[in-house]
Design a protein around this ligand. Sequence first.
Ligand code: 13P
Length: 250
Amino acid sequence: MRQPIIAGNWKMNGSRASTKELLDGLMAGIDEVKTAEVAVCAPFVYLAEVRAQLSGTPIFWGAQNLSHEEKGAFTGEIAASMLLDFDCKYVIVGHSERRSLYGEDDNLVTKKYAVAHRSGLTPILCVGETLEEREKGVTEDVVARQINAVMNTLGASVLGEGVIAYEPVWAIGTGMTATPEQAQEVHAFIRRLIAEKDAHVSDNIRLQYGGSMNAGNAAELLAMEDIDGGLIGGASLKAEDFLSICRAAG
Ligand code: 13P
């Protein structure tokens, strides 16, 4: 049985005050989440506050990005070891916003995955096609390329120690959620792709859906066989909405 995992990706939102209020709200309701694992991926500068507030609670935390270098003269970058210093469990790698706005290609994403994994963080690898790619019928090619970059370089068992988030780019922040069937189809494809290399990893790896998941549509997405959780953007910024998604996961 794969334990469902719901993670909030706060992106570049919030303040110290709103972070505290959001975490207070999450802690007040977390006991009603029975089986799902819950995590929040905060902006770097709030990780100290997140750690202080969430230590000793069932909620895990992580970051949204990291450097592919371990340390040194890389102005403005944040190393895996620094995230571990703040007890991060997770780090998002290869989010489509990083790929499209900051030029992160499969090669760089693979290096980031490698350094995160080697350091003991659990990477959440984001993959997904643009609307243009979906309309051209190349969704599976794109997702396979993004996953194979990591799987063929680092091996299926290393991939299996992370989480994969399928986030169709056209569904992110648009309110245009993939239908449960559309999402399930790609999740099943991802599992088949991994099964070609390692059946055990394919059975056990957790696959999240991301893209306009909210309190209203989470249950039907999470009910699909190969959808093991969600990576939530906008709806993770309101405690009640995020908790409602967590409860839908179990
Ligand atoms: P939204 O939930 O705001 O569409 O964002 C999804 C996402 O990008 C999570 O990483």
